[in-house]
Design a protein around this ligand. Structure first.
Ligand SMILES: Cc1cc2nc3c(=O)[nH]c(=O)nc-3n(C[C@H](O)[C@H](O)[C@H](O)COP(=O)(O)OP(=O)(O)OC[C@H]3O[C@@H](n4cnc5c(N)ncnc54)[C@H](O)[C@@H]3O)c2cc1C
Length: 376
């Protein structure tokens, strides 16, 4: 039996493509129903292409088009056209639509049951929270940021950043400023993204070091106030804004820069997808595209009867460059003086921002390998 662990983007996309290729596949998702996820919710052009290749009509989901990038530092800003039009779309809506699409394609979906652990032997045995045990001939591990006991990612060091996400209803002037933009704020020991999603709601998603958060008593409210003192434009955006979630969603220990390197010890029938295979810095807005690309590559390997090591090597070749460039860029802007210098460079040469947007994406040549419809 082919089992997909996790019904996020990588899991739902791979299950859907396998079913479309005529394979029997079971997907196991621990959440009963779609939930809000911590994510900036910027859907890049490659992610849109991958979803279209599965037959999902993304435009029908009502996302918010985003054609420009505005970089903000303190009270200064520089804006450029993006090399493509992105979409602001909530994960709750997108993940639900993709799972429904997979179900219609014939995937057997089990919701509301978590996989407790995986045991690698002659087959891969999965223990579920409801006490059942399943045996997989092929396992697609797509549990995102969460480790599965028995198959945890071999991460050298957990990340030092803590992530937060909150939806806001902005005041009309602020909403008009943000419209059509993904706004990227640089601040001391972190960064934030602000953009609109469907319904004109704003998503503020930010990452800050543990040390800065600890100095503020670990409080989201204190952090938000502190960031607004440091960044007047953020204060303008949030003036009179109404938070729309009871509390901010949060995540820690994200292993940014991780790219799975296959070893001899890896079971040949275990395929790591999405964040389980590679984690790119969030400011790129390309994690979802990587998840979907990994799904397409894994399905191609499985339908060709190839071992997972071959798939992992191909995926590594496709995504290592963008993940490494994003990590280098993050490191290069960590001090206040480096942020000032980088921002000054962006003001003098705004095309550099387009360069960053272009070279932190899944490359076109890699996407063509799994999607023949893309332009030559
Ligand atoms: C702060 C932040 C901002 C980001 N912003 C963006 C952005 O703007 N644009 C972008 O493209 N990417 C962004 N990303 C990255 C993006 O969210 C991820 O790369 C993407 O969600 C990975 O998809 P996935 O399918 O691997 O995992 P997920 O989407 O996380 O899905 C994993 C699924 O597995 C399920 N699951 C987990 N454990 C189990 C278990 N034991 N049993 C059963 N089910 C399980 C979960 O419930 C979940 O549904 C951001 C990430 C962070 C942290």
């Amino acid at each position: 039996m082919i089992i997909v662990a996790g019904g996020g983007l990588a899991g739902a996309a791979s299950a859907c493509a396998l079913a479309q290729a005529g394979q029997a596949v079971t997907l196991i998702e621990r959440d009963h129903a779609p939930v809000d996820k911590i994510c900036g919710e910027f859907l890049s052009i490659e992610a849109q292409e991958s979803l279209a290749a599965l037959g999902l009509d993304v435009a029908a989901l009502g996302g918010h088009p985003i054609g420009r990038l505005r970089l903000i530092y303190g009270s200064a800003a520089v804006a450029v056209d993006l090399p493509f039009t992105g979409i602001g779309l909530t994960r709750k809506r997108l993940d639900a639509a993709l799972l429904d699409h997979a179900q219609r394609a014939g995937v057997n979906i089990r919701r509301g049951v978590a996989i407790k652990r995986v045991e690698a032997g002659a087959a891969l045995a999965l223990d579920l929270a409801d006490g059942t045990r399943l045996e997989a001939t092929t396992l697609l591990l797509a549990t995102g940021k969460y480790e599965l006991r028995g198959a945890a990612r071999p991460v050298a060091a957990p990340g030092d950043l803590v992530g937060f996400k909150m939806y806001f209803r902005l005041n009309p002037a602020a909403r008009a400023q943000v419209a059509d933009h993904i706004e990227l704020f640089l601040f001391d020991r972190g960064y934030a993204g602000l953009q609109l999603v469907e319904g004109g709601v704003a998503n503020l998603c930010l990452l800050v070091t543990r040390a800065r958060l600890a100095a503020l008593g670990g409080s989201w409210v204190a952090l938000l106030a502190d960031l607004q003192r440091e960044t007047p434009i953020l204060a303008e955006r949030l003036a009179g804004a109404t938070p729309l979630l009871d509390q901010a969603l949060t995540i820690a220990r994200v292993p940014y820069g991780f790219i799975h390197r296959p070893t001899e010890a890896d079971p040949a029938q275990l395929f790591r997808l999405g964040d389980q295979a590679g984690v790119i810095h969030s400011f790129t807005g390309d994690g979802m595209a990587i998840a979907l690309h990994s799904a397409a590559l894994a399905v191609a390997a499985i339908t060709n009867g190839e071992p997972s090591a071959l798939y992992h090597q191909r995926l590594r070749r496709d995504i290592a460059g963008q993940i490494t460039r994003a990590s280098l860029l993050y490191r290069a802007q960590q001090s206040a003086s480096a942020q000032r210098a980088l921002f000054a460079l962006a003001q003098r040469a705004p095309f550099a921002l387009r360069w960053v947007a272009r070279y932190t994406r899944v490359p076109l040549r890699a996407r063509r390998r799994v999607n023949q419809d893309l332009p030559r």
